[in-house]
Design a protein around this ligand. Structure first.
Ligand SMILES: NC(=O)c1ccc[n+]([C@@H]2O[C@H](COP(=O)([O-])OP(=O)(O)OC[C@H]3O[C@@H](n4cnc5c(N)ncnc54)[C@H](O)[C@@H]3O)[C@@H](O)[C@H]2O)c1
Length: 425
């Protein structure tokens, strides 16, 4: 209905909860606001109170403050329709499932859950209670990734044959939070790697098999006492210990075969010393496409047979189907954007405005989110596949991953979280 706004609560008021608020502020400032923040929830009272104060400054009204979702939904009743879950990754399956059971539509941060059994619980619950479950997978909404996908589907490089996705760096430093180094709350190759898994599928399509290995290289991580992405983690990092013990693997090395027959070589090594390396390139039967990475606005580069290189507006001639949606066109200033130059936080907030607008639309119209539970689960299946393949000593299929038949790495997490009963001996 025109002008109707979906009320929602921010559940999880840490670093990402604060970044999401900036996204909501962008949506409020746009001509398409269809959501309204009415509550915040975090068991850490100081975090919830801080986010409520920031919301008053950025949105003009102070949301109600809660420490648990049951009390929140009971007290707010029909005034609350949705929850945005930005809790740490090891809690998504329990917090998002609880919100769904309480009758709320849910947008949950990536990864959908810490294991594939956790993802199945969320997907099954959303289906049973007939509520929207959307996963906030932001990289694919970057206009540069939209353009890359259009170039690939419009045949700019012919038939895609090989993708190389490489992310190496991190050495022995702690990035953002200690929970990103614990197996039971998703270590970095899952928590950050799942973005790449989603992009790999977004560019290349469905996965058939994965062969790979994972490692825990750096068992001790050192707190850099830095600020983290966008400067949102300084206050937390100062409270964390100087060093932490890591329990989750910090590197994955994979060879992926797609349903199309194409191949991808994927490395996400968060323990790389020396020169960091980030690379994303797709080779096809008529050329190659080099991506600048995510959320930096730099142009894609198209290399065609005959030594032709295109890295300017002319690249749009090779992507006739490329069009941003109306809100993205408003936020980026055009529907066929090929480069942009915002500060990181400005880009980050614009992308989150798109995620929230889509959630509002889904709740109001019953439409399916772009990254629904199953799409997010397939990214997680690709992400864990090298962990499981390495332990099994053979390639694994997507179906084995989703069904739980290939699970030696995740099994221990599932038992610990009560998602799988221990086998009696
Ligand atoms: N898409 C991206 O670019 C991106 C970037 C950073 C983080 N994230 C994701 O956002 C999520 C949060 O990450 P973060 O860096 O903000 O972590 P964080 O540790 O800074 O914040 C998590 C917050 O959740 C709260 N919380 C825990 N259990 C809760 C519960 N039951 N109810 C309400 N609140 C609860 C914690 O108290 C904490 O304040 C993670 O899943 C992470 O993967 C995504």
């Amino acid at each position: 209905m025109a002008g109707e706004r979906v009320t929602y609560a921010a559940v999880g008021c840490g670093g990402m909860g604060r970044r999401h608020l900036r996204g909501m502020a962008k949506l409020y400032q746009s001509s398409m606001q269809n959501m309204e923040m009415v509550a915040v929830c975090d068991p850490v009272a100081a975090s919830a109170g801080r986010l409520a104060d920031e919301a008053k400054d950025l949105l003009g009204a102070r949301p109600r403050v809660y420490s648990d979702v049951e009390t929140m939904t009971r007290e707010m009743g029909g005034d609350l329709r949705a929850a945005s879950v930005t809790t740490d990754s090891g809690t998504h399956h329990s917090v998002a499932t609880k919100c769904l059971e309480l009758g709320l539509h849910v947008m949950c941060e990536k990864p959908i859950a810490v294991t594939l059994r956790g993802a199945a619980l969320m997907i099954d619950t959303a289906r049973r209670v007939n509520r929207t479950l959307s996963i906030a997978e932001n990289y694919r909404r970057d206009p540069i990734n939209r353009l890359a996908r259009a170039l690939l589907t419009d045949g700019a490089i012919g038939t895609p044959r090989l993708m190389i996705e490489t992310s190496i760096g991190g050495s022995n430093q702690m990035f953002m939070t200690p929970w990103r180094y614990q197996k039971r709350s998703a270590s970095m190759p899952i928590d950050a790697g799942v973005h790449e898994a989603d992009i790999i599928r977004y560019y290349m399509g469905d996965v058939r098999t994965v062969w790979g290995e994972s490692r825990l290289h750096e068992k001790i991580r050192h707190n850099p006492h830095g600020t983290g992405p966008g400067g949102f983690y300084a206050m937390y990092q100062n409270q964390f210990p100087d060093q932490i013990e890591a329990t989750g693997d910090d590197a994955l090395y994979a060879m992926i075969t797609f349903q199309s027959g194409a191949i991808c070589q994927w490395i996400h090594d968060h323990a790389g010393h020396g020169r960091p390396m980030h690379q994303r390139v797709v080779y096809g039967s008529a050329g190659s496409l080099v991506s600048p990475g995510d959320r930096n606005g730099r142009p894609l580069v198209l290399h065609l047979d005959g030594g032709v290189t295109i890295e300017n507006e002319a690249i749009l001639d090779h992507a006739p189907s490329y069009r941003l949606n109306p809100l993205a066109a408003e936020l980026w200033g055009g529907e066929r954007v090929w480069t942009y130059s915002f500060e990181f936080n400005e880009t980050d907030a614009r992308i989150m405005a798109l995620e929230y607008h889509e959630l509002g639309t889904c709740v109001l119209t019953g439409a399916k989110p772009e990254v629904d539970g199953d799409t997010a689960r397939r990214a997680l299946a690709l992400n864990y596949a090298p962990f499981e393949a390495g332990r099994l000593g053979r390639p694994v299929t997507t179906e084995e991953m989703i069904s739980g038949r290939a699970d030696p790495y995740q099994r221990e997490i599932d038992v610990e979280l009560g998602l799988l009963r221990p086998v009696a001996v």
